[in-house]
Design a protein. Structure first.
Length: 94
């Protein structure tokens, strides 16, 4: 989950970033700070994900999943098309 993107989208729709953060706090989520390793991995993934229209936030999500061996759950069909192509499991939720 990219908190910057979530907050930005909410602000575009008239909410506040603080309201989004309060809502997120109600879930059992681990918030992971971005470090050099994740940022560098996202940069490596940029070229192979560009054709799918992956954003910088998508790249950061992909990088974190790759580094931790995690699975991405998304409703974004563009991201779903990358399943298995990067060594990252991506599951569509709808």
């Amino acid at each position: 989950m990219n908190i910057s993107e979530c907050c930005s989208r909410a602000v575009e729709r008239g909410a506040t970033a603080d309201a989004v953060l309060a809502m997120i706090a109600g879930y059992d989520l681990e918030i992971v700070d971005c470090g050099l390793e994740q940022a560098t991995e996202a940069a490596r993934l940029r070229e192979p994900t560009r054709a799918a229209g992956a954003s910088l936030g998508d790249g950061m999500c992909l990088a974190l999943a790759k580094l931790r061996g995690g699975t991405i759950y998304t409703a974004d069909r563009r991201m779903g098309a990358l399943d298995g192509k990067l060594g990252i499991a991506i599951r569509l939720i709808r």
